[in-house]
Ligand binder design. Structure first.
Ligand code: MG
Length: 378
């Protein structure tokens, strides 16, 4: 049987000297005895997977509102795809795959319902009451809002995991250099971008909001299709589309691995302390590939995220959220008792904001019905 110590020895032998070894973790805010079988980052990952906020990602919008269709990505499947891509990159670069996995799985937990439109609604509602931002909310969830343990608030994750989740350090530190930097966290940022750029293109085509003719203007798509037409003559249209998406993901991941390895060697970093001194991330695309990714992202922005039907879907959600906020605020006695307790401690605006941000699309819509449909039971 292998124990935590064995895994930690394997890390020290197999990972790069500048990787984050779990044996050198700076620990947790509330000290706990380490687990016999799992390393600290494996334990963090398990705490995320078993958390309420993680399960709710299943019914939160990525681009398409959940009830629009069963096959579109949700925040949960997006997080799983991000994690899978991030782990591949991590393994090939000899970085800590467990740390990468927990950061990837948790990175979007702070998002409210209805995607970015939901976030804009909460930002607007909270502008005079301390604001709202999904990355800060993610940290608030893991440090404060999850209530699984009696000895401490939140999930009491390790320092490295929490720092890795601070994707926008400017929200946390006046001096950005104070942030603890790891190649593991930098890597998840890139994996996130690869995941959403490729799967949003896939979902956009699947929904027919964009078509192949439009996509043909994009280098990455055009190049993948040209390759398929030469090499795989007998394919259904659906298989062709899927293969093109696979090829794009593979191409981006391969490019990131090769370019990042070169950057790491050029930088001559040796230790995790050296990583702290870096001014910019070493993990990324080659300059050539970067141009293609920018082109793809611009295309998705113009043709998909700004599509009138996507805007309708999410704007509808934004309206519900605002109305719910005002209903609660008018008479906080309508809030569930645990939210009322929080309102007493943290102020009614913050408590309502946390409650709304925690909702799934589905719950928010049901709640709206309960308040505004006369025949709906409350
Ligand atoms: Mg994401």
């Amino acid at each position: 049987m292998r124990s935590r110590e064995d895994f930690q020895n394997v890390e020290e032998k197999c990972l790069a000297s500048y990787a984050i070894w779990s044996s050198q973790s700076q620990g947790r805010k509330y000290p706990e005895k380490e687990h016999d079988l799992r390393t600290p980052y494996q334990r963090d990952r398990d705490r995320i997977i078993h958390s309420t906020a993680f399960r709710r990602l299943e019914y939160k919008t990525q681009v398409f509102v959940n009830h629009e269709g069963d096959h579109y990505r949700t925040r949960l499947t997006h997080s799983l795809e991000t994690s899978q891509i991030a782990r591949t990159i991590s393994r090939t670069l000899s970085l800590n795959e467990d740390l990468v996995e927990v950061i990837a799985l948790a990175h979007d937990m702070g998002h409210g319902p209805f995607g970015h439109a939901g976030e804009w609604a909460l930002q607007d509602l909270m502008k005079d009451h301390g604001g709202f931002e999904h990355n800060t909310q993610c940290i608030r969830i893991v440090e404060h809002l999850e209530e699984s343990f009696s000895d401490f608030p939140g999930l009491n994750l390790t320092y490295e995991t929490i720092e890795g989740l601070k994707k926008h350090p400017e929200h946390f530190y006046a001096d950005k250099k104070k942030r603890f930097r790891s190649l593991e966290a930098d890597l998840v940022d890139v994996a996130d971008e690869i995941a959403y750029s490729s799967h949003d293109l896939d979902d956009g085509l699947r929904s027919a909001l964009i078509d192949e003719e439009q996509a043909a203007g994009i280098f990455l798509w055009k190049d993948a299709i040209q390759y398929i037409e030469k090499s795989h003559k007998k394919m259904t249209l659906n298989q062709r589309k899927r293969m093109a998406i696979r090829l794009i993901v593979n191409r981006l991941v391969t490019d990131v691995v090769a370019h990042s390895q070169k950057q790491i060697e050029k930088s001559k970093i040796k230790t995790r302390e050296d990583v702290q001194k870096l001014r910019s991330s070493l993990i990324g695309y080659s300059p050539e590939m970067k141009k293609h990714v920018v082109e793809l992202k611009r295309f998705l922005f113009q043709e998909l995220y700004q599509h009138y039907r996507v805007i309708r879907m999410t704007d509808k959600g934004q309206r519900f959220l605002k109305e719910l906020f005002h209903v609660y605020l008018q008479k906080p006695a309508q809030l569930p008792p645990e939210v009322q307790v929080r309102a007493k401690k943290e102020g009614v605006h913050r408590a309502i904001c946390d409650y709304l941000a925690g909702m799934t699309d589905r719950f928010a819509l049901d709640e709206y019905k309960r308040f505004f449909e006369p025949y709906e039971r409350v």
